[in-house]
Design a binder for this molecule. Structure first.
Ligand SMILES: *Cc1c(COP(=O)(O)O)cnc(C)c1O
Length: 365
């Protein structure tokens, strides 16, 4: 198939803007007259440091990151942050305390990991209804002396998204924004730590962006590996060792593209339009049902099903033939999942809805 014939709904790694891939392709052998590829240059060279600084400052300006916070470019995926957060924010092994909201697969993994390091209180869990909803502020049971509160802003597998920032008083908030970062403005000052794996909305897999309130760094457990200390990375501007140079370069190109879409404010409008196309259809459909409850639905990962596994499978097969790929839901939820991240054009969503309409008519009972 040709790229133009495919709309890729993969949950991650996911579609990148074609324009970005074209620029990267054109520059792949010779970046900016340097005579070499970005993949081949020293991370300490002048030409690379320019790419690095430009990407970092774009990230800061797109998300209006305040002076109190630093942007880090790390590795180990979002999953390494599940360990880095407790190791850095609980100052002594076994003595710390944190509150976790368990609203899906990745929040659950993060909770299990944190239990190795301290006392974990489940502030709320949506497991009772297969993670189809987000707890309200009044559902959240906080410990006043917690070192931090942790939640996952967008639940990639279940298709739910927090529509508010929890109010925790003085307790710092740590948030996994892997699957909705850069899809809307965020008040960074409300957060102690924001982290996101790049492969959903930013760049190829291998880069993790961390935005951290600098005052939280430097209190890590004595046993914290050097490479997992936020302090090490802040002091060395993410270059204690070789950073994921190529991914950072691609992130810079994605941020250029994002700016042309009107930045995060522009993206917020576009993503709401795309999500409304799907949810409006689902709410009026006699065949398909949205999995997530109204008021908790994700604008990035839209989960739905027919209620009949054989039909779901037929639907996905037929979709693939039309170039609508990677719509099969995660095995924990079943059904379908359309990941409509920033780089998913609205045409892809419109074509998907057209196909859903046809499928509904063909399967009318
Ligand atoms: C994909 C994803 C992860 C896992 O990311 P890795 O980079 O593979 O570790 C964690 N959290 C959320 C919300 C995700 O969508």
């Amino acid at each position: 198939m040709k790229r133009e014939e495919v709309f890729n709904f993969s949950a991650g790694p996911s579609v990148l803007p074609t324009e970005v891939l074209e620029i990267a392709g054109n520059e792949i052998l010779n970046y900016g007259g340097s005579g070499m590829s970005v993949m081949e240059m020293s991370h300490r060279s002048k030409v690379y440091l320019e790419i690095f600084e430009r990407t970092k400052s774009k990230m800061k300006s797109e998300l209006s990151v305040p002076e109190s916070h630093e942007v880090l470019f790390l590795q180990g995926g979002a999953s390494l942050q599940f360990s880095m957060v407790p190791m850095n924010l609980m100052s002594e092994l076994g003595k710390g305390k944190a509150d976790y909201a368990v609203t899906g697969n990745f929040a659950s993994i993060a909770t299990k990991e944190a239990k190795k390091y301290g006392t974990i209180n489940i502030a709320a869990s949506s497991e009772d209804k297969n993670h189809s909803y987000i707890p309200t502020q009044s559902d959240l049971k906080f410990s006043p002396d917690a070192d931090y509160f942790y939640y996952c802003a967008n639940n990639t597998i279940y298709g739910t998204e927090w529509q508010y920032v929890p109010e925790t008083g003085k307790v710092p908030i740590c948030c996994d924004m892997s699957s909705n970062i850069l899809s809307k403005p965020v008040d960074v000052s409300k957060y102690g730590i924001i982290f996101a794996g790049a492969q959903k909305n930013m760049a190829p897999a291998g880069l993790t962006v961390v935005i951290i309130d600098k005052s939280l760094a430097g209190k890590e457990m004595a046993c914290t590996p050097l490479m997992m200390s936020y302090k090490t990375m802040i002091e060395n501007d993410s270059m204690y060792n070789t950073p994921p140079c190529w991914n950072i370069y691609i992130l810079g190109l994605v941020l250029d593209w994002l700016e042309k879409q009107g930045g995060v404010k522009g993206m917020e409008k576009i993503k709401a339009e795309k999500a409304a196309l799907l949810y409006d259809f689902l709410d009026g459909s006699s065949l398909f049902n949205a999995c997530a409850e109204k008021g908790s639905r994700s604008d990035m990962n839209v989960t739905f099903r027919t209620g009949d596994e054989a039909k779901d499978e037929d639907f996905c097969k037929g979709a693939t033939k039309l170039g609508l790929t990677n719509l099969k839901g995660h095995r924990k939820v079943g059904g379908m999942r359309a990941s409509i991240y920033n780089a998913q054009p609205i045409e892809g969503v419109a074509k998907l809805v057209e196909y859903m309409k046809e499928f509904e008519v063909a399967n009318r009972v």
